[in-house]
Write a protein that binds this ligand. Structure first.
Ligand SMILES: [Zn+2]
Length: 339
């Protein structure tokens, strides 16, 4: 990090920020150096290069706003080679404490994030926000237990983890092995509607959303920085996965649009983008899913027929489309058939 960057974050403690693994994001395009580098290579080299980047050396972080650091997840499914490091995860540094906003997809991923935090600051990790129930975001939580933070989650997260947590853990352990997968960590503090956490000179406003991407979605707003940490309420480039309510998600995106944020960190995709412009592709996708699923139901199609026909115009516009889109249509169909 350059001296300039430290000056920009002048209100932060002297211990903050000296490591070469941290770099500012390109504020205008969100394009990072790794993207530029790989752009010159043949695409067949890309998966191997991404895996290599994840497994060796310190975690690569982008400073998306002064004192806010995120790692971009890989647009892949969980595999032994990627440690389930699929989600955008990171942390926010105040004058007195650090908040982690999603601890990572596995114990190994969480341990690497914890080490990356220690490269940036010695301040205590007082909060670990668990943005929702999906394993690629929260299975790194156990790595932070030695810090004794408050693990913060949606009021519905304990029930969701009771229902699915062990299933997720077994599935992840089958891919990574028990020692790398991590365990289910239950939240110790719940968000019912809103909750403010104070990091010293910096407040994060947490919101627990109604049914949208899942039934456990929490976002964070750093009002001073004009930055929204959206987690999976915003997908960019990686096809969205619908695990809550299609109509609810569209509605919550409308609410997020109205927030006083100029930049967003999505749950997947480039880690820093202009807000609300970054939501455009997702909103188009969700609205296509809504209108075409309604039309299929109106024509009397079965779920299987709808899966074959709905949203085909979106194919080619998203990573992992064939892996998740059919499930999204099924979920949308079940929600909309009783309208
Ligand atoms: Zn998710």
């Amino acid at each position: 990090m350059s001296a300039n960057r430290r000056d920009e974050a002048g209100s932060l403690p002297a211990s903050y920020g000296t490591q070469a693994s941290v770099r500012p994001a390109d504020r205008t395009t969100g394009i990072r150096r790794r993207d530029l580098l790989v752009g010159a290579m043949c695409t067949c080299c890309l998966p191997a290069l991404l895996r290599a980047a994840q497994q060796t050396g310190p975690m690569q972080l982008d400073e998306v706003a002064p004192g806010v650091f995120f790692r971009r997840g890989a647009d892949e499914d969980a595999a032994a080679e990627n440690d389930d490091a699929l989600a955008n995860i990171g942390f926010v540094v105040g004058r007195e404490a650090v908040a982690v906003f999603d601890p990572g997809g596995s114990l190994t991923d969480g341990e690497r994030l914890r080490a990356a935090i220690r490269d940036v600051t010695r301040l205590p990790v007082r909060y670990v926000v668990l943005s929702h129930v999906h394993p690629d975001h929260i299975f790194g939580a156990a790595a932070f237990e030695p810090d004794k933070p408050a693990f913060i989650g949606h009021e519905h997260l304990p029930a969701a983890l009771a229902q699915r947590g062990e299933y997720y853990r077994k599935r992840l352990a089958a891919v990574l092995g028990d020692h790398r997968a991590g365990k289910v960590v239950a939240p110790t503090q719940l968000v019912r509607d809103r909750l403010q956490i104070d990091l010293g000179g910096r407040t994060l406003e947490l919101t627990a959303h109604p049914l949208a991407h899942t039934n456990t979605d929490v976002t964070a707003l750093d009002r001073k920085a004009g930055l929204l940490l959206a987690s999976d309420l915003v997908f960019v480039r990686r096809v969205p996965s619908l695990d809550g309510s299609l109509r609810g998600w569209i509605s919550e995106l409308g609410a997020l649009r109205a927030l006083p944020a100029r930049r967003v960190v999505p749950g997947h995709g480039p880690v820093a983008l202009d807000w609300p412009r970054a939501a455009a592709d997702l909103e188009r996708y969700l609205n296509v899913l809504l209108s075409e699923t309604r039309a299929a139901i109106g024509k009397g199609q079965s779920i299987e027929e709808a899966v074959e026909t709905v949203g085909r115009s979106e194919r080619g516009k998203w990573a992992l489309f064939d892996d998740y889109h059919g499930r999204n249509v099924t979920q949308a169909f079940k929600e909309l058939e009783w309208e």
